[in-house]
Design a protein around this ligand. Sequence first.
Ligand code: G3P
Ligand code: CA
Length: 343
Amino acid sequence: TTPAYRTLDGKAPLIIAHRGASGLRPEHTLEAYQLAIDQGADFIESDVVLTKDQVLVCRHEPMLSGTTNVAELPQFASRKTTKTVDGVAYDDWFASDFTLAEIKTLRAKQAMADRGQQYNGQFLIPTFQEVIDLAKAQSTAKGRVIGVYPETKHPTFHEKNLGLPLTDKLLEALTAAGWNSKDAPVYVQSFEVSNLRALHQKSPLKLVQLLDADDVDASGNLVMKAPYAQPYDFVVAGDARTFLDLTTDAGLDFVKTYAVGIGPWKPYVQPYTPEKKLPATSLIERAHQRGLLVHAYTFRDESRYLLKEYNNDPKAEYKNFYQLGLDGVFTDYTATAVAAKQP
Ligand code: G3P
Ligand code: CA
């Protein structure tokens, strides 16, 4: 029989709740994660950073002002400081300067101005342990497996600049959960090549190499950086720094040595056209030839995030990508991604 999907395993694509149901609730809160689970998510995606007392908390950035009320709290006014993260200076409040107890006095807010603000000030910042606990409890409650999909955010910044062991703490948490195995309902993702390669030496966990977003021109066409390079990481060949385009055949062969899949920005997995100056054979096909999964980001309902081909119809966008054989989608709107799986 013909498999229903052109995914690597022939099963339905994974619905990965990007920062939870972050289109509808403040991102990276237990409430956002719970809503995504209720809407049918297979995995909860959590970006993780470390507190001063070395606890993993779920935030997209080590900076706190974009997604919490920290700037409104007089007791923390003096904590604002400047730090350089991967070459960019930020004047902000940093998770690494706060204890977990202090972080727990903050409240989450919606990061995007044109999304609902009605939940601002209500929800706590979760630890990654709370996400593991939620996934386990909800797997039992729902009678289906709900996994976790943590992303190590700026691991080199944490480990080298701050002296905070981000990756080790993640491994510790997953090990304590009984999930330091290739069969665990876990994928670990990062943009940093060296971070994943080091993790691969220590653990059998399934790893996914993220591929960074690129630029689009005024007409919305993809403009490829040449050569493609991770923004703050690179492949080290001997002592020489050489950039490797991870979307090429050689790049995919390299990723295959430490990861089970790639997490590209979604335009990379479009059918390629000469105008887009991309290889003739699709990235999904070439990844699948090597046994690599493809989980693309980020799928959102708002028209400004849709690729222009889809006429402002998010379900059409999902359906197109599902037909291409994509193995998973990182989505801010789990319900839409689930609904688009139906014929
Ligand atoms: O992890 C996939 C996607 O989330 C990567 O982008 O910036 O949303 O973490 P970002
Ligand atoms: Ca992420």
